[in-house]
Ligand binder design. Structure first.
Ligand SMILES: Cc1cc2nc3c(=O)[nH]c(=O)nc-3n(C[C@H](O)[C@H](O)[C@H](O)COP(=O)(O)O)c2cc1C
Length: 394
């Protein structure tokens, strides 16, 4: 996200303090954040907080002489790769819908050609008022992206719709919009992630140690490079990422069905999921009781995902092995007609499962590239570098 600029508009909602976290998370992702606060927002949070968090001046006045943007307020609008209004009051939505430009934020919103992302926050009655409904519809029709509001407890008392959306959800959309011109723009990429749960009885299942973190990192990185992503995920403890299609599945058979549907017209398939090779032949319809001293489960082979899908221009597989890693990964590359295999060596401590970092080798027809141990997101970027160049060739 380096060298991307976000103009963050903060308005006079009680949720303004939550925009500090948003500013912080954007800044930590190397985004340049210019905060523009409405006068009313400054009654709720001090500009000094945003200045300290973003390391940049904060604009609050259109005619402030010390502000370099005061002479040419349009330059902020031009500098923006994305304008985020978070939180957005009912008032600012009304101004936006009507093209009113009576302060620096609304001037910037009128002057910018960058995409605009809005996270409204207000009392339920304000959100449900016909005036706000009409304004929101007009803004949506103009291509403005909305995140939230969520349903939940409101500062004004009670619960209902109007709560500021979780910062993660705003970031998902922000990164998707910021990445729209990336090297995977326009590419349709299907990513599988997580393990599968094969039912033994209504209570128990056979599973594996996959956390889903690697696949989720690939899906998020692909989204942030402009791809149109479908994530097919087995059960995980991870947050469902936004800015992509999400298909939750439980069993290997469901995974196969979902992938089969998702890959129609896809440009690339990255299979990071750990799909069960065997499944109980006949899962018990009621809970198995511990009456017998031992129990034998009869298992049958699951269908091979790659063997039963149509042609996808670029296919990437994963191999987790406890021994002969490179040899086994090479076999997989050949036998399954893959373009690339990401090979994980699984040690005694069951690494890399659940960890945020990993150490892998990338194996293709030309050879083996061992990547140094790195964060899964970093590894995801290296895998996608390969996918991007394979797509160019394909
Ligand atoms: C403590 C406080 C909290 C407020 N919270 C909200 C809010 O969450 N959403 C909203 O639309 N208006 C809220 N308002 C009303 C706005 O501040 C008011 O409409 C103001 O004119 C908005 O100005 P701005 O959009 O230029 O920031 C609040 C007002 C006060 C005093």
């Amino acid at each position: 996200m380096a060298e991307r600029t976000v103009v963050l508009g903060v308005t006079g909602s009680i949720a303004a303090y939550k925009a500090v976290d948003l500013a912080s998370r954007l800044t930590q992702s190397n985004v340049v954040v210019h905060t523009v606060m409405t006068k009313n927002a400054t009654h709720l949070v001090g500009p000094a907080t945003f200045r300290a968090i973003t390391g940049r001046p904060v604009s609050t006045e259109m005619f402030e002489l010390t502000n370099p943007f005061a002479i040419e307020h349009v330059s902020l609008a031009d500098a923006a790769d994305l304008v985020i209004v978070a939180p957005a009051t009912a008032n600012v939505l009304a101004k936006m819908a009507n093209g009113i430009a009576d302060d620096l934020l609304t001037c910037t919103l009128l002057a910018t050609r960058a995409p605009v992302l809005v996270a409204p926050a207000m009392h339920t009655a304000m959100w449900e008022h016909p005036a706000t409904r009409e304004n929101v519809e007009r803004l949506r029709a103009r291509g403005i992206t909305f995140v939230g509001p969520a349903v939940g407890r409101l500062a004004s008392g009670g619960t209902g719709i109007g709560r500021f959306a979780p910062v993660e959800e705003i970031l998902d959309e922000a990164f998707r919009l910021l990445g729209r011109h990336g090297d995977l723009a326009g590419r349709r990429i299907v990513v599988t992630a997580g393990g599968t749960h094969e039912p033994v009885d209504p209570i128990r299942f056979l599973g594996n140690r996959s956390s889903g973190k690697m696949g989720y990192a690939i899906a998020e990185a692909a989204r942030d490079r402009g791809a149109d992503v479908t994530l097919v995920s087995g059960p995980t403890a991870l947050r469902t990422p936004g800015g992509m299609r999400f298909l939750p599945v439980a069993t290997a058979a469901e995974m196969l069905d979902a992938v089969r549907g998702a890959v129609v017209n896809a440009d690339a398939l990255v299979m990071a999921a750990a799909v069960a090779d065997y499944t109980p032949d006949a899962p018990a319809v009621s809970k198995l009781k511990k009456t017998d001293p031992s129990l034998v489960l009869h298992l049958k082979r699951t269908a091979d995902v790659l063997g039963s899908i149509g042609d996808v221009p670029v296919k990437v597989g994963f191999a987790a092995e406890t021994e002969n890693l490179i040899e086994n990964a090479r076999d997989k590359l050949r036998q399954k007609g893959l373009d690339l295999v990401v090979a994980n060596l699984v040690g005694k401590d069951s690494a890399p499962f659940g960890s945020d970092a990993n150490e892998v080798a990338l194996i293709d027809k030309r050879g083996v590239e061992e990547l140094p141990r790195a964060a899964k997101r970093e590894i995801a970027e290296r895998i996608l570098d390969r996918v991007a160049s394979l797509l160019v060739k394909a």
